[in-house]
Design a protein. Structure first.
Length: 149
């Protein structure tokens, strides 16, 4: 077992210079209205390096594609990160029978922040569509795309 304490080092810069954005007010509305558990991070900022937003988008993308490929009727994909570490600490995917889909996910999808940004093209000006009525279920957003894998 490995215990991580501030894996990116000391926090020497804080406030708006380091991390600007609103926190948490709409997180339940922006996700699934409480149906899906999450860590409490917020989607308010438009910085795709923040895995609260980009990680959630990637989980949606992977879950939709696992369902579309027939691996599940319902799917829950979870991911956990440590600040300063590009590799997720944990990726877990299960279907409605609680069967693990982890091997499929890790073989076909890269959850490192830079890879998510590139895969979902998150540096484009696409966030206006997420300002109302949540972030999911809107067909023109890249995390809603179905791919062959």
């Amino acid at each position: 077992m490995q215990v991580l304490v501030n894996p990116s080092g000391a926090f020497t810069q804080g406030g708006f210079q380091a991390d600007a954005g609103l926190t948490g007010r709409k997180i339940m509305v922006d996700t699934y209205g409480g149906l899906i558990p999450h860590g409490g991070g917020c989607f308010s900022g438009k910085d795709p390096t923040k895995v609260d937003r980009s990680g959630a988008y990637m989980c949606r993308f992977v879950a939709k594609n696992l369902v579309a490929a027939g691996y599940a009727r319902e799917c829950l994909v979870s991911v956990a990160y440590a600040i300063g570490r590009p590799e997720p600490l944990m990726i877990e995917a299960v279907n409605e029978k609680q069967e693990s889909l982890n091997d499929i996910v890790t073989a076909h999808f890269d959850f490192r922040p830079r890879a998510i940004i590139e895969r979902l093209e998150l540096c484009r000006p696409i966030y206006r569509a997420t300002a109302t009525y949540g972030h999911f279920g809107k067909p023109d957003l890249p995390w809603e795309e179905i791919i062959a894998f």
